[in-house]
Design a protein around this ligand. Structure first.
Ligand code: FHN
Length: 707
């Protein structure tokens, strides 16, 4: 039970000394500058100059450290899976029960110089540390609250010591700062289990508090801060307007700072890129994932844990291998991104040995191959079967770094479609140059029998001019299944290049037919290759286009019990299976003739919903479906899963397809929402490729079945 006394003492920890007098207007906790002037848009050159150090760095250390390192994934003696820094939320800990941790935080083994040494030896050029995570606890001595390091037995200003160590070693210090704050009395919304009254909470006052703390962090005390890495922007109380204001405010404090796209609300979930240019942020933030392809013209940074949790979790032993991590460095750089690799120090102040070992292995690789990562551009190749590539402009031409993951058994590395004149070839770390020759549009490099580095050996090719590469043939359509027939083609190729193909599995030759447009009516394997005159160029593209038998339509006689129905149940679901187990039998679902595949007006949290009906398919063909949801959802057609978007996640859209005859097909959608933002969207498209929402009018209605 939270008494008034304990509530007041809790408030004291968050910068409040007395309960706010109800009558008084909301007073600001911290006095900050008046709203900053909006900054003039910078020129491309100014932006490139501001981003330069960050782009050239390519590799940084993420540090998640706070009071949560004390429980380290356990609470009341029980393991709380997946919850390092999220333990307040996952174990539903009341603020008053979490607050005593501040008197236990005493990381006597904390050594900023050691942390910076580990980062630098790993080849990391910057460090992003959680100045404040969602728990609200500050790792520095803030004048605006007692809920910070100064109130712990440790007392020392961790961020200041880290700033000095970074300064000494030429490592750029950056701050992760959470907008969401689970303990500050003015932050809203409250957690559902949090008994603290929110009637006096003032979100405007919270925003001023946050700006006041950011002003402290950017005051110069902590040096020349490189990046403000915002997070926790996804809750309903944070808006685009607030994001713009905060972005402007921070830039008014430090004009050259770099800010990620989580300052605003435009981020596309864990995919991490902003949905529209209007949303603020200098770079996208894919989380725990690497984009499948590069994002030309976009700045982005993948953040990744080494095991499964950001904050230290004593029971999380799922460590990624050295090979996985080194190839991530290579893969991300080859796509033009930065890699922010996380460590979660213990409550004693040490980086876990498993992290230290992996970082040392990465550092050894970077020592030999760092020039293939730092200040490089994305690969000039669309794809490479044996590894990745990066590139760097040099005097008189380009240096292309070939990151060879799969060593050629015959020692001959084929570099496909490279038309440039090659000036030299060199295995990084080797003493002598490598031999090479050009065959038409391919360069072949002769390599040692075995790879100097089995994880990734880099071969540096120096070429004249900018890369002129004939990429692999891109066949159309991209989707390799069809109903009845499909028109096969190829994306346009550079002037003078023709595409030749076979459909008998053989390798195309200079005498093979030219691919212009050809109809396929059966499952066919297509081999296609580019030719420069009689010379094959680049690698052969092999695709199998599969003819599908359309699913027959739902038998009419069953139409009676498949009218549009919708059922909502309350509960805390973690999967669609859990939801389906709780839903009543479909015959009991209320008929809903205005069925709309969207979330209900209420409840807002902890509910599941089922939709069911007969979809009227206007013509036979391959139908695509796009299902978006927060949290999980599944789409079934004729009882087959077409889109599986299940699980606890922020809003995301996935696609699938179904070969359907003309007529009625059973459609079922299941979706559940835990807490926070929610969303549901269902679209479909036929042969015209135009997406449209699935509407009530697309489903068979009760009145029609009476005829
Ligand atoms: O909720 C946080 C999480 O604790 C962690 O900080 C990651 C790292 O970027 N960001 C949020 C989850 O998306």
């Amino acid at each position: 039970m939270l008494t008034l006394a304990s509530y007041v003492s809790t408030l004291a920890l968050f910068g409040w000394t007395t309960l706010p007098t109800p009558a008084a207007p909301a007073t600001t906790v911290a006095v900050v500058d008046p709203a900053p002037i909006s900054l003039l848009p910078e020129t491309e050159e100014e932006r490139n100059e501001r981003m330069r150090w960050w782009r050239e760095s390519r590799f940084g250390m993420f540090i998640h450290w706070g009071l949560y390192a004390i429980p380290a994934g356990e609470w009341n003696g029980k393991n709380v899976s997946g919850a390092g820094e999220w333990i307040i939320n996952t174990a539903q800990i009341k603020t008053a029960d979490y607050q005593p941790l501040i008197k236990q935080f005493n990381p006597v083994k904390f050594d900023a110089k050691r942390w910076v040494e580990i980062a630098k030896n790993a080849g990391m050029r910057y460090i992003v540390i959680t100045s404040k995570h969602h728990e609200g606890f500050g790792l520095w001595d803030s004048a605006l609250t007692e809920w910070d390091i100064a109130s712990t037995p440790f007392k020392r200003d961790v961020l200041k010591e880290l700033a000095d160590a970074c300064q000494a070693e030429g490592i750029r210090l950056c701050f992760y700062h959470s907008i969401m704050d689970w303990t500050h009395p003015d932050y809203l919304p409250r957690r559902s289990w949090d008994p603290r009254p929110d009637v006096k909470a003032d979100f405007g006052r919270y925003r001023e508090f946050m700006k006041g703390q950011l002003k402290e962090l950017l005051s110069g005390t902590y040096g020349d801060i490189g990046v403000l890495w915002f997070d926790g922007e996804w809750e309903s109380t944070w808006t685009h307007e607030f994001g713009v204001e905060l972005d402007d405010y921070v830039r008014s404090l430090k004009k050259d700072i770099i800010i990620n796209n989580r300052v605003d609300v435009g981020r596309d979930g864990m995919v991490g890129f902003s949905k529209e240019p209007k949303f603020r942020g200098d770079f996208g933030t894919p989380e725990q994932q690497i984009p499948a392809t590069g994002a030309p013209g976009m700045d982005w940074e993948t953040c990744m844990t080494m095991n499964d949790t950001w904050g230290f979790h004593k029971n999380d032993h799922n460590w990624k291998s050295n090979e996985t991590l080194i190839r991530m460095v290579s893969d991300i750089a080859s796509k033009g991104g930065n890699f922010l690799l996380n460590v979660g120090p213990t409550a004693e102040g040490e980086i876990p040995p498993q992290s230290v070992e992996r970082l040392a292995a990465i550092g050894a690789w970077m020592k030999t191959n760092g020039e293939a990562i730092y200040a490089t551009d994305a690969s000039p190749f669309a794809s490479l079967t044996w590894g990745r590539a990066t590139a760097k402009r040099v005097a008189g031409g380009t240096k292309i770094f070939l990151h060879v993951w799969e060593w050629p058994k015959d020692g001959k590395l084929v570099v496909p479609g490279l038309l440039n004149t090659v000036k030299s070839a060199q295995v990084l770390g080797a003493s002598e140059a490598a031999a090479f020759e050009s065959h038409g549009g391919n360069v072949v490099v002769t390599l040692p029998a075995s790879a100097p580095d089995a994880i990734a050996t880099v071969v540096a090719l120096e070429i004249e001019g900018s890369p002129n590469i004939i990429g692999p043939v891109r066949l159309k359509p991209a989707r390799e299944v069809f109903v009845n027939a499909v028109q096969l083609g190829a994306e346009p190729m550079p002037q003078g290049i023709v595409v030749r193909f076979t459909t008998d599995g053989s390798e195309p030759t200079k005498d093979s037919k030219e691919l212009t447009a050809v109809a396929l009516r059966n499952t066919t394997t297509v081999n296609a290759r580019a030719f420069l005159g009689d010379e094959p160029v680049g690698e052969t593209t092999v695709r199998t286009y599969e003819r599908l038998t359309p699913w027959s339509n739902f038998l009419e006689r069953q139409a009676e019990n498949t009218m549009p129905r919708r059922a909502i149940v309350e509960g805390e679901f973690n999967s669609v299976a859990e939801l389906r187990a709780k839903l009543p039998d479909t015959a009991e679902w209320p008929i809903d003739r205005k069925i709309a595949f969207e979330t209900p007006k209420s409840p807002k949290d902890n509910f599941g919903i089922g939709f069911r009906g007969l979809l009227r398919v206007p013509y036979e063909g391959l139908w695509s479906f796009r299902l978006g949801s927060d949290d999980g959802s599944t789409l079934l057609i004729d009882r087959k899963i077409v889109v599986d978007n299940d699980g606890l996640h922020s809003y995301r859209e996935l696609e699938g397809y179904a070969p359907l005859t003309r007529g009625l097909h059973l459609i079922e959608v299941f979706m559940f929402e835990r807490t926070g933002q929610e969303g549901l969207k269902l679209q479909w498209s036929g042969s015209n490729g135009q997406w449209a929402p699935v509407l009530p009018g697309d489903l068979l209605q009760l009145s029609e079945s009476k005829r």
